[in-house]
Design a protein. Sequence first.
Length: 270
Amino acid sequence: MKQELTKIVKPIVNWYQSQEKTLPWKQDKEPYHVWVSEIMLQQTRIEAVRKYYARFMQELPTIQDLANVSEEKLLKLWEGLGYYSRARNLKKAAIQIENDYQGKMPTSYLELLKLSGIGEYTAGAIASISYQEKVPAVDGNVLRVISRVLASKEDVLLPETKRKITKKLLEIMPEEAGDFNEGLMELGEKICIPNTTPLCEKCPIKEFCIAKKENLTTKLPIRIKKQKRKIEKRTVFIFKYKEKIAIRKREKTGILANLYEFPNILRRNI
Ligand code: SF4
């Protein structure tokens, strides 16, 4: 298995290095830029992130600016991106960097993991892209590519599968760790695409891909969904007096914490 995967390293690195880097956060490997872009890209499409990223960097060009920004301004910069805890965690981590790391981004995977809101994927992305540390950064794209290359029948939604793939990648990480990780992610975004037939003819690793050989590309990866999303029905009140409309602040914790909304109540049995 390790042998199979070793073969994909060089073609992925070469392919990634030959790709044009048009996205603003790919123009340099500055850790602050990699960090903010990776957090914004979680749950958000690349095209939507472009304008948010540009505005964020214009308003908060340094970690110090982020540490000192008011919550109101921060949330305004994030407005529309959703998952606001990401923005709050960015600020918390920036304060940690100011207090514990003399204002400089930590330079190792393990130290990065100590920062608020930075999990294994983001720590791996920053450590490999900015510092060339040989650690994987396994997101959904990477899981899909590797599952197809190995024709793995394991459920990619299980943490155990992710752990196994991370371990396999750790064994084959090259010196060009950042380019390899970014290459895998980009291959998943552009060529080894989800929910449809991947563009195998354009793929730089097609000769090593078992799913392609065995005609399994549209059947993999395996994703077994367990829980249905919880749906709440609410009655929303609009209280209007002349030009004024009543809004209220949400709870300090939970979904959309501290943001504003129209007064509403849960609907029961309707
Ligand atoms: S050959 Fe096809 S299925 Fe295999 S990694 Fe490339 S794009 Fe994905």
